[in-house]
Design a protein around this ligand. Structure first.
Ligand SMILES: NC(=O)c1ccc[n+]([C@@H]2O[C@H](COP(=O)([O-])OP(=O)(O)OC[C@H]3O[C@@H](n4cnc5c(N)ncnc54)[C@H](OP(=O)(O)O)[C@@H]3O)[C@@H](O)[C@H]2O)c1
Length: 328
C-alpha cells in the first residue's frame, strides 16, 4: 500500500482509505459485527486512513472507529472526523463556538482519544468557509491540543478555492470520480501545490462505478440511494455524484466494457483516481468485508492505461458533463 503525505499535519495516509458513513446509517442495514469486520479487514489490508463524522448514525460510526483504535492500539491509524451538522437550528448557530466545542468533546469521547487527528467542517455554507472567526476558533482548538489540525469538506470547486486560500487548512475533502472531473482539473492540483492534503470522497459515485446496478435495482428505504435521489434530505450531489441514476447506470456499463478481465470496474475507478495529480487519499465506503479488501488491494495495483483514461474522458464529455460540470 502506497502512503502519501498530509504536509501540514506532518503525517501520511494510505492512498486508499475507508469511508465510514456506511458504518453509521443511511446505506441500509450494516450490523455491528459486519461494521467491525469491515474496519479490521481494511486495516489488515494496509488501510491507515479512516473518514467518519459525528452525525453518521448519530455517533455510531465514530464509536466503531473508536473500538478499532482500542483493538489495534499501537498501530499508526489516522482518523478524520467531521463536525458542524448536529444542530437542526439555523445554519449560523450550527457553527457557534458553544456548539462546536461541545461536538468536538463528543467526538473525542466517541473515538476514545485525547486529541482528534483531523476535524473537517462538514460541508458548511459558503459564508462559514470565509468567516475568519472559524479559523481563529480552530486555531485555538489546535493550540489547546484538542485537535491536531483541521480541514474543510466542500460541495463545490468554488468553495474549495475559498477554503484552500486560508494558510492553516490542512485538508480538503471533495467529490471526484470518473463522473466528476472538474475538481481534478482545477482545485485538486491547486490544493496539493499549496501543501493541502486532498481527500477524495464518493469515488465510486455511490457504487454506480462498480457497474453492478441495473435500472431496476432496488435500494432499501433507509438507503439514501432510495430517499435522496432528488436531494430531498441533503445535497443531491452526494447521491450518485448528482448523476441521474439511469444515465449513470448506462455510462458505468460502457466504461466497464473498456476494461481487461483482471481488474473489476470498482477497482479501475479507484486506481484511476489514485493516479490523478494532487490526490492524497481516496476513501471508498464499503458495506462488506469483500468490498473493503478489494478496494484496499487497489493501493498496490499498477496505473490505469491510456484506453481507460480515454474512455473516462469520452464518456464524461458525451454523457455526464451536462449534468454536473457547471453545478459542482
Ligand atoms: N459531506 C461529506 O463530507 C461526505 C459525503 C459523502 C461521503 N463522505 C465520505 O466519503 C466516503 C465515500 O463515499 P460514499 O460511501 O458516499 O460513496 P462511494 O465510496 O462512491 O460508494 C460506496 C458504495 O459503493 C459500493 N462499493 C464499494 N466498494 C465496492 C466494490 N469493491 N465493488 C462493488 N461495489 C462497491 C457499495 O455499495 P453497496 O453498499 O450497494 O454494495 C458502497 O456502499 C463515505 O463513506 C464518507 O466517509 C463524506
Amino acid at each position: 500500500m502506497e502512503h502519501r503525505a498530509f504536509e501540514r499535519l506532518g503525517r501520511s495516509a494510505s492512498v486508499i482509505g475507508l469511508g465510514c458513513w456506511q458504518l453509521g446509517a443511511d446505506w441500509g442495514d450494516v450490523d455491528d459485527a459486519t461494521a467491525m469486520a469491515i474496519l479490521h479487514a481494511a486495516a489488515d489490508a494496509g488501510v491507515t486512513f479512516f473518514d467518519t463524522a459525528d452525525v453518521y448514525g448519530d455517533g455510531r460510526s465514530e464509536r466503531f472507529v473508536g473500538q478499532l483504535l482500542r483493538e489495534r492500539a499501537g498501530e499508526q491509524l489516522f482518523v478524520a472526523t467531521k463536525t458542524g451538522r448536529r444542530a437542526t437550528a439555523q445554519v449560523d448557530q450550527e457553527y457557534s463556538e458553544e456548539h462546536l466545542r461541545a461536538w468536538i468533546a463528543r467526538s473525542l469521547e466517541n473515538l476514545g482519544v485525547d486529541r482528534l487527528d483531523l476535524v473537517q467542517w462538514h460541508c458548511p455554507p459558503t459564508d462559514t468557509i470565509t468567516r475568519e472567526s472559524m479559523y481563529e476558533l480552530f486555531d485555538e482548538l489546535t493550540a489547546e491540543g484538542l485537535i491536531a489540525g483541521y480541514g474543510v469538506s466542500v460541495e463545490t470547486v468554488e468553495q474549495a478555492r475559498l477554503a484552500i486560500a486560508h494558510p492553516h487548512i490542512a485538508s480538503l475533502q471533495i467529490i471526484a470520480n470518473a463522473f466528476r472531473l472538474k475538481p481534478l482539473e482545477t482545485v485538486v492540483p491547486e490544493a496539493a501545490a499549496q501543501g493541502v492534503g486532498v481527500i477524495v470522497r464518493v469515488p465510486l459515485a455511490s457504487g454506480l462505478l462498480s457497474a453492478k446496478f441495473r435500472s431496476d435495482t432496488e435500494f432499501a428505504a433507509d438507503d439514501h440511494r432510495a430517499y435522496n435521489r432528488q436531494g430531498e434530505a441533503f445535497d443531491v450531489g452526494e447521491t450518485f455524484a448528482g448523476v441521474p441514476y439511469e444515465v449513470g447506470v448506462a455510462a458505468a456499463r460502457e466504461l466497464a466494457d473498456c476494461l481487461p478481465d483482471d481488474i473489476t470496474p470498482a477497482q479501475a475507478a479507484l486506481r484511476w483516481l489514485v493516479d490523478q495529480p494532487g490526490v492524497t487519499t481516496v476513501i471508498p465506503g464499503a458495506s462488506s468485508v469483500a468490498q473493503a479488501q478489494a478496494n484496499a488491494a487497489v493501493g498496490s495495483l499498477p496505473r490505469m492505461g491510456d484506453a481507460y483514461r480515454g474512455a473516462v474522458r469520452r464518456i464524461y464529455d458525451s454523457q455526464i458533463r451536462h449534468f454536473v460540470h457547471a453545478r459542482w
